[in-house]
Unconditional design. Structure first.
Ligand code: ASP
Length: 443
């Protein structure tokens, strides 16, 4: 059954940072013939203080554009690739490629072109090492004149480029517009390339190989050794990323989600770990407790507007939101109760306009009470299958009650469990730990 499948395997910078990492990647790719299409990042960090090749290329560009010497940074780029090529015993024209880069830097350098060379070179080296065809996204990842991805054209072009090939390595992170100018995605964008490739060829699975064994159920800086989430839905992932969990580029979800292709986050250093699988619909019966994770952010404020009989007045909330809209102030949540409207927003967004905003709310809505609570944190309790259990919310609130946690706001939309709870910032970590404990108990 396995050989009828097609897997797109994207390897991130840390997975391709050195010759020994290349060896692990080859073992992974060769262990399953379904891994026909590989997407590669530029070499990342080999150890915490190390520099990513993309950052070195940025230094080359910054120096060249200001007329400063770029040779020291370029030499480090050369050395990074030189080490990989020689340790793997490859016959790769590195000096010629570095010479071309030097020539470009000596002219009128273009940032996107320079930054893209990390992926270009690393993918060519990987293709040589695996014996796969190298596919340059310059010809199949298409941007418009404004530098935005042209998704429909890209899909057709990648499909046409890869269909005749038994296997290939596609460079991540960049593409080109109709005039041949190179454009890149934002940083970490090789994830997006991997997703586009998986969608274009209708892969059965998009594997994203990195240096962690998947998504954790809580921030490891707050909770000691939190467990890995086995399955997460695209929607749950969106909440987790919104709250700051970063394991995948946000734009990498949509292309595969549209086609219901699962994404499997895997660890190159621990290929035996199953990792986290991101799916449209969670498999039935996988978890007894529907809460899969807890995340949050500090630095939140809450504005409360109260007016007696406001519930009978149509348009009160709309006017409040209109004031924010006209001032282009984004908000995170809007909760309405009997005679009250509560708006949750980021404190750094509110700070510069606080006085003016409050003056306008007073003038326009003439409230009986206008209050502001600052220094709050917002906690997201994530688990789409909340409706399958009648006590998930109860357990979360009980856990908070046990530690005497004051709750400032509580918000849950209809149906699914994605509970948002506002608690004082200074007790944020304690609240996360209390909720996480229910996940461990719940299993
Ligand atoms: N090399 C690029 C970066 O460091 C893109 C990527 O790795 O996905 O951001």
């Amino acid at each position: 059954m396995i050989d009828t499948k097609t897997i797109v395997a994207k390897f991130g910078g840390s997975s391709l940072a050195s010759a020994s990492q290349f060896e692990k990647v080859r073992a992974i790719v060769q262990s399953d013939p379904a891994r026909r299409f590989v997407v590669a990042s530029a070499p990342g960090k080999r150890f915490p203080e190390d520099e990513k090749v993309t950052d070195l290329l940025q230094q080359c560009y910054d120096a060249a554009i200001c007329g400063r010497p770029f040779e020291p940074a370029l030499a480090r780029v050369r050395d990074r690739f030189g080490e990989i090529v020689s340790a793997l015993g490859l016959d790769f024209p590195l000096e010629r490629e570095i010479g071309a880069l030097r020539e470009h830097l000596s002219g009128i350098p273009r940032q996107s072109y320079i930054l893209s060379r990390g992926e270009y070179l690393n993918s060519r080296i990987l293709a040589d090492y695996l014996g796969y065809t190298f596919v340059d996204p310059e010809w199949c990842v298409c941007f418009d004149d404004a530098g935005r991805l042209d998704a429909p054209v890209t899909r057709r072009t990648i499909h046409a480029a890869l269909r005749p090939l038994p296997n290939a390595v596609v460079a991540g992170f960049y593409g080109a517009d109709m005039t041949g100018q190179i454009h890149t995605f934002s940083r970490g964008g090789s994830d997006v390339t991997g997703s586009l490739v998986a969608a274009a060829i209708g892969a059965d699975l998009y594997e994203n190989w990195t240096d962690v064994s998947g998504l954790l159920a809580a921030d490891p800086h707050i909770v000691k050794a939190p467990k890995t989430v086995k399955y997460v839905s695209y929607r749950e992932l969106r909440t987790l990323s919104y709250m700051g969990a970063s394991v995948l580029h946000t734009d990498a979800v949509l292309p595969v989600a549209d086609m219901s292709i699962p994404i499997n986050i895997r660890n190159t250093d621990r290929p035996g770990d199953a990792g986290t699988t991101i799916v449209r619909k969670l498999p039935k019966g996988e978890t007894k407790y529907p809460i899969i994770g807890v995340a949050g952010r500090v630095g939140m404020s809450v504005i409360q507007v109260e007016k007696v009989m406001v519930s009978d007045e149509s348009g009160f909330t709309a006017v409040m939101l209109d004031i924010l809209k006209k001032r282009r102030i984004p908000f995170e949540q809007c909760l309405t109760g009997i005679d009250t409207v509560t708006v949750v927003m980021r404190s750094d967004v509110l700070a510069p306009c606080k006085q003016d905003l409050f003056a306008e709310i007073r003038q326009t809505l003439n409230p009986d009470y206008l209050g502001l609570t600052e220094n709050l944190s917002m906690i997201a309790v994530i688990g789409e299958r909340g409706t399958e259990s009648c006590d998930a919310n109860v357990r979360v609130l009980q856990a908070l009650a046990r530690v005497g946690m004051p709750i400032n706001t509580i918000n849950q939309g209809a149906g699914k469990l994605n509970l948002l709870i506002g608690v004082p910032e200074e007790r944020y970590e304690e609240a996360i730990r209390a909720i996480y404990a229910t996940i461990e108990e719940g299993e």
